[in-house]
Design a protein around this ligand. Structure first.
Ligand code: AMP
Length: 194
């Protein structure tokens, strides 16, 4: 069956230190699977990345993994994705992930997650795509970043409308339906019905 939506998830290649991070990664995967969705992600089995992918598949969702050759060993390439792509460069990976997504979601993560999140945000404000972007602020992980981002508006380097391109919430039950709705997709219909 064709997935109802395709959500690109950026998150840590490590699990982080709080049980809430692992719980959130699993809950996001379950939500995707329970809503007949597709996960697009970095194709690894390490950290939160592997947890989201496993939970998606366990809940009946489809998983597309995209990983550069050079990282296959380090990030424990998950060959049992429903669709698995080994690409040559990080740029190809990120481009393909963005192409295959209807919406983007960042969970707690490290430098790679930050870079991916900021990249799709800058692409959006430049008009390269029109896909919704969400930041799941699990247990206040992104409080400091969100405060800083607000301060950049006050300092005159970022506009309110640019900030408005990001949806942020601590609740996945709030954030995920919002992203799917903004992408113009119904949780109850196939893409062909839109
Ligand atoms: P991290 O959040 O640092 O644990 O990384 C999460 C994912 O982002 C990993 O799959 C990294 O390979 C990926 N990633 C994407 N772009 C970059 C980048 N420029 N530097 C480091 N990692 C990146």
């Amino acid at each position: 069956m064709k997935p109802v939506f395709s959500l690109c998830v950026y998150c840590g290649s490590r699990p982080g230190n709080l049980p809430a991070f692992e719980a959130c990664a699993k809950a996001v995967g379950q939500w995707i699977g329970q809503h007949q969705g597709q996960l697009v992600y970095g194709g690894g089995n390490s950290g939160l990345m592997g947890m989201v992918a496993a939970a998606t598949q366990e809940a009946g969702g489809r998983v597309v993994g995209i990983i550069p050759h050079a990282l296959a060993e380090k990030e424990l390439a998950r060959n049992d994705c429903d669709e698995f792509h080994m690409v040559d460069t990080m740029h190809q990976r990120k481009h393909m992930m963005a192409e295959r997504a209807d919406a983007f979601l960042a969970l707690p993560g490290g430098i790679g997650t930050f870079e991916e999140f900021f990249e799709v945000w800058t692409w959006r404000q430049l008009g390269y795509h029109n896909k919704p972007i969400g930041l799941l602020n699990v247990d206040g992980y992104y409080d400091g970043l969100l405060n800083f981002m607000q301060s950049t508006v006050k300092q005159g380097f970022v506009s309110d409308w640019q900030m408005g391109l990001i949806h942020q919430s601590s609740q996945l039950e709030t954030l995920l339906p919002l992203l799917i709705q903004e992408a113009g997709l119904s949780q109850g219909q196939g893409l062909d019905a839109i």
